[in-house]
Design a protein around this ligand. Sequence first.
Ligand code: FE
Length: 207
Amino acid sequence: MATINAQRDDNKSLFSIPYGLYLVTSSLKGKLNGLIVNTVTQITNTPNRVAVTINKANYSHRIIKETGILNVNCLTTETPFSIFKNFGFQSGVDKDKFEGISYSLSENGLPVLNDYVNTFISLKVTDYVDFDTHGMFICEITDSGIINDKETVTYGYYQKNIKPKPEEKKSKGYVCKICGYVYEGEELPEDFICPWCKHPASDFEKR
Ligand code: FE
């Protein structure tokens, strides 16, 4: 029996699983919030059930745990980097991420962007699975609609065509492979967490 000729690397192997990128919106006490995730998955179809997994370090996790509702905005390939930056690389705790953003509200009172979205899905949480660092919200659909037929952006498309290329600087440091954040320093602490995307030190590479 022949052995498989392959380079063993669990982290790299996982990059071969494609994902879409989604803006998940929520609201607490009248304040709107949103974050970018790649972890939206349909898990069953009779009934339709969707899982959305969110890092507990994100404010949105706390809001959705408390309110039990969220909107998934399926982003298109036309989404500019500024949208990813606004919703993905800063916290909504002390910032209004919807300031200057054009949006409408769906029936559950949560925002749907007026641009860069091809489909919205309003969800109600029915179950919650605690994964230590992350929480998985199992949801039923309360409303949904197709806005246009533009293509949903995949994580691969984002990496190739939307994320700015790292500057060809000779300075020392480590760059986050996920979002492009640069840590400037000789040594990257082992327990370092990316301030933008919350990924661990293992997702950084020396530049
Ligand atoms: Fe990052």
